[in-house]
Design a protein around this ligand. Structure first.
Ligand code: GLY
Length: 391
C-alpha cells in the first residue's frame, strides 16, 4: 500500500536509462525475429521461453507490434519484412475466420495491421484491419449498447462486456477515420458510455466483467473472470481501465473520462507494493507469496503517458513522472537482460491465476506474456520520443 507522498519518493527512469533499456529491448526483439517470423510466440512463456504458436488467441498482435516498434527504432529491412509476413498472416486469419469469434479485434489488429498501414502504407494491412473492425461491429448488442466479449451472441450466460474491451475501441475510431463512415466511432462511443457507467465502482476499483439482461438490456451484475474475487480489483483489469479511459478521453474528449482516468489510476498507484511491481490482484500486498503481474504496470505506464499528452502543466508532469517510476521498477526487477535468460522482454507476469471465485486454471504464472513485452517496449519508446500511437 502506498500514500500520495510515498509514491513521489521513488526514482524515475532517466533519459540515459531509458535509452539503454530501449536499445537492449530492441536488440532482443531483433534476436528473436528469426524464430518468430512465420509463426508467433504463444501468449505466455514456459520457464521464460515462448513456445511457437499459430496465429490464434487474442495475443499475437503484440509480437507483431514489437516488430514494428523495433523497426521504427532501427529502420531494419529485416524487421520490416518480418512485419509484412505477419500482416499477411493477419489477413489470412480474418478471411478464414480463425479464432475471431470474440471482441479482441483491437488487441490483434491495432499493433499489427494499423501499425503497418501507418508506418509503410501497407494496403493488405489496411484491408485486414477494416475486416477486423467489421467483425467487431458484428458483436454489438443493441439491448444494453455494448460489444459482447465472448461466446455465442445473445447467449444469457455470456451477455456481458469486459473492461479489457476499452482497448479494442481505438480500432473502431481508426476505421471511421479511414473510411469516413461514422458508424464505427458511434458504436465505440456507445460501448464506452455503457462500460464506464457500470464497470467503475464507487471507490474507483473496477469490475472485470458486467452482465446485462439480453431481453431488456438492463444491467445485472459485475462478475470477475480473472480476478481473485467478484468484489476485488483484478490488477490487469484496473490497468486496462487506466489505458482505456485515457483512450476514451483522447477520442471523445469528455471530461468525465479524464476524471475516471485520474481516479482509477490513483486506485492502482495507491495499492502498489513497495517495489512497485503489482501482485496479480489488489487483494494482495507486501508479504504475500502470490505472484506478480508485471504486465499490469507496463499497461498502466503507457496509459499514463498517453493521458499526459492531453494534459498540461503539473498534471501532465505527474503522470509522466509516475510512468517513469513504474518503468524503472520494471527495468530493475523484471526486464530480460540477455537472450540466454528468455526470448521475451519482461518477466514476472501472470496470465491467469486460479481462485475460488474465478473459473481460471493457473496459466503463465510468473512468466513473460506477449502483452507485457509489448507494453514495456511501447512505454520505453514513449518516454524516449514523441511516438505516433498505433492505437
Ligand atoms: N485481455 C485478457 C487479459 O488481459 O488477460
Amino acid at each position: 500500500m502506498q500514500t500520495k507522498e510515498s509514491l513521489i519518493s521513488y526514482d524515475m527512469m532517466n533519459e540515459e536509462q531509458a535509452k539503454e533499456a530501449l536499445q537492449l529491448a530492441v536488440s532482443l526483439v531483433e534476436g528473436n525475429v528469426d524464430e518468430f517470423t512465420d509463426c508467433f510466440p504463444d501468449s505466455n512463456s514456459q520457464d521464460n521461453f515462448y513456445p511457437k504458436s499459430e496465429n490464434i488467441e487474442w495475443t499475437t498482435g503484440f509480437w507483431t507490434g514489437e516488430i514494428w516498434l523495433a523497426y521504427e527504432e532501427t529502420g531494419s529491412e529485416k524487421l520490416k519484412h518480418a512485419g509484412e509476413v505477419q500482416v499477411e498472416s493477419f489477413l489470412d486469419r480474418i478471411l478464414k475466420r480463425v479464432d475471431v469469434d470474440h471482441h479482441d479485434m483491437g488487441f490483434l489488429y491495432s499493433p499489427s495491421c494499423v501499425a503497418a498501414w501507418q508506418l509503410t502504407g501497407n494496403e493488405t494491412a489496411k484491408k485486414a484491419a477494416l475486416l477486423a473492425a467489421d467483425n467487431l461491429m458484428s458483436r454489438f448488442c443493441e439491448k444494453g449498447q455494448f460489444f459482447q466479449a465472448w461466446g455465442q451472441l445473445g447467449a444469457p450466460d455470456n451477455y456481458r462486456l469486459i473492461i479489457d474491451c476499452l482497448l479494442n475501441m481505438p480500432l473502431l475510431f481508426w476505421a471511421s477515420e479511414v473510411t469516413g463512415d461514422a458508424k464505427y466511432a458511434d458504436h465505440a462511443k456507445a460501448h464506452i458510455t455503457t462500460a464506464m457507467r457500470y464497470i467503475v465502482r464507487p471507490d474507483y476499483s473496477t469490475y472485470h466483467t458486467y452482465f446485462f439482461n439480453p431481453e431488456t438490456g438492463e444491467p445485472v451484475k459485475g462478475v470477475t473472470h480473472q480476478g481473485h474475487r467478484h468484489g476485488s480489483a483484478w490488477t490487469r483489469g484496473q490497468a486496462w481501465g487506466i489505458y482505456g479511459s485515457a483512450m476514451a478521453y483522447r477520442y471523445i474528449k469528455d471530461t468525465a473520462y479524464l476524471e475516471i482516468f485520474e481516479k482509477v489510476t490513483e486506485y492502482f498507484l495507491l495499492h502498489l507494493p513497495s517495489d512497485l511491481i503489482p501482485y496479480w490482484d489488489f487483494d494482495f500486498d507486501d508479504g504475500s507469496t502470490e505472484p506478480r503481474d508485471s504486465s499490469s504496470a507496463a499497461i498502466a505506464a503507457c496509459g499514463m503517458l498517453e493521458m499526459a499528452r492531453h494534459m498540461t502543466g503539473e498534471k501532465a508532469q505527474y503522470y509522466q513522472d509516475m510512468a517513469k517510476r513504474l518503468l524503472l521498477a520494471l527495468r530493475n526487477h523484471c526486464a530480460v537482460t540477455s537472450k540466454e535468460q528468455s526470448n521475451g522482454l519482461l518477466m514476472h507476469g501472470t496470465y491467469a491465476r486460479k481462485s475460488d471465485e474465478n473459473p481460471c486454471a493457473n496459466r503463465g504464472v510468473d512468466e513473460c506474456n506477449t502483452w507485457g513485452d509489448y507494453y514495456y517496449l511501447e512505454g520505453l519508446v514513449r518516454i524516449h520520443r514523441d511516438w505516433k500511437s498505433y492505437w
